[in-house]
Design a binder for this molecule. Structure first.
Ligand code: ZN
Length: 405
């Protein structure tokens, strides 16, 4: 353990004092200049910055409605794009009350039959794959083609089956703004660049790394050479926020948006696939038991679609789409969303465009970044079709079997 970590552990300041000190940090002393170089020849479909997000939302969103749903700790706008008609009216109780009552429709209200989806990227601002894929999803929703100019009729049709779809390219804009790159260079089998920009480095240049970065929430920016994109400007990793205490504005705004929209399904996009099985995959969230069967069905449908498309480690659907292969992870933001609004919120982990992992058999996994985009587009199509096919929370939780309200 580094001296910086040991000193951090002994810091007598309160959480609020640390956050206030972080909010006064406007620049990090010395981002390693050897790392802060963009990849040459960035493809036109790779849109990952806040400026690219804002330019697209300003000039290219015609069918969707741009929603300013809050501001980050650093004062940056939180923007979503919504399509279709929202649930009208209100239920009569809380989500938790409805679940305990045995009928989620008492929370969802008179429009409980609508299918509502939410996709959000980059609550960890250094995880660019979720930004790029949601920007391409927005392009498909607006034009029918992705940003590479390729028509995506199956995805467009799946999205059109939903009553409402809300897309957030960057849920953690402070972290994204901290990273001075559009696209990291490819760094072979080394994750050094990805870790440096994602979880940051101590003042001596040593990587903080994962999961050690989670020992310090908030992380003291004064001890760092570079603060990775994991953290908002108060130094907090919102995926592991102080959910029932004092939440960060990004988390609060996201939960409030969920309360207004009451989504059936949320996809929480991250970059952090296991190097030994380096393909887009879905974690098993800790959620209420009433959506457990729906998660298993979603897992099967998404992983079957990815396997058929050649975007998983093997071609064996029985292995790739078996939900028992994904043991539950720890409670986190997805648990909080589920607790707050009943939503089935799932954490998706993508490989990074900046380094290479392996297949299950130890052979190299593909590294073409276009395949990462393709995997996300298959994920979106399969997840939207699953929601449309199965009917969302009201049917997943057995409410339709009950008598009408
Ligand atoms: Zn992440």
């Amino acid at each position: 353990m580094t001296a910086a970590a040991a000193a951090h552990r002994a810091d007598p300041r309160t959480v609020a004092e640390l956050q206030q000190a972080n909010l006064r940090v406007t620049a990090f002393p010395e981002t390693n200049p050897d790392y802060a170089r963009d990849r040459p020849g960035i493809p036109v479909w790779w849109q990952s910055t806040l400026a690219e997000r804002d330019a697209f939302l300003l000039s290219s969103v015609k069918k969707g409605e741009v929603i300013l749903y809050g501001a980050s700790a650093g004062g940056r706008p939180l923007r979503a794009v919504a399509y279709g008609e929202p649930r009208e009216g209100r239920g009569t109780t809380t989500a938790n009350g409805a679940i305990s009552y045995g009928d989620i429709r008492a929370w969802l209200g008179p429009d409980s039959g609508k299918r509502v989806g939410l996709v959000f990227g980059a609550i960890h601002g250094g995880e660019f794959e979720g930004i790029v894929s949601t920007m391409n999803l927005l392009s498909v929703l607006e034009t029918g083609a992705d940003l590479a100019g390729r028509p995506q009729p199956a995805l467009a049709a799946a999205a059109a089956r939903l009553d409402r779809l809300v897309v957030i390219p960057v849920a953690g804009p402070d972290g994204r703004a901290r990273i001075p790159l559009r696209m990291l260079p490819f760094n072979g089998s080394s994750n050094l660049l990805a870790e440096y920009f994602n979880t940051g480095a101590w003042a001596d240049g040593s990587l903080i790394g994962w999961p050690a970065n989670k020992e310090f929430i908030p992380l003291d920016f004064a001890r760092l050479q570079f603060g990775g994109g994991y953290f908002n400007d108060a130094g907090v990793n919102c995926q592991h926020d102080d959910f029932l205490g004092r939440m960060q504005p990004e988390t609060r705004a996201l939960l409030d948006l969920c309360a207004r929209e009451r989504p059936d399904l949320a996809l929480n996009l991250h970059t952090g696939a296991d190097a030994a099985n380096y393909f887009l995959g879905m974690h098993h969230p800790i959620t209420g038991r009433n959506v457990e069967a729906a998660w298993e069905g979603l897992y099967r449908q998404v992983n079957t679609a990815l396997t058929v498309a050649g975007l998983r480690s093997t071609t064996d659907v029985a292995v790739e789409a078996d939900p028992t292969q994904a043991p539950p992870i720890v409670p986190n933001l997805d648990t909080a969303i589920n607790f707050h609004t009943g939503t089935l919120s799932v954490l998706i982990e993508s490989p990074s465009h900046s380094w290479a992992g392996r297949r299950r058999d130890g052979t190299p996994a593909p590294t073409d970044p276009l395949l990462l985009l393709d995997a996300h587009l298959v994920l979106f199509r399969a997840a939207f079709d699953y929601l449309a096919d199965t009917g969302g929370l009201a049917t997943w939780t057995g409410a339709a079997k009950k008598k009408a309200l």
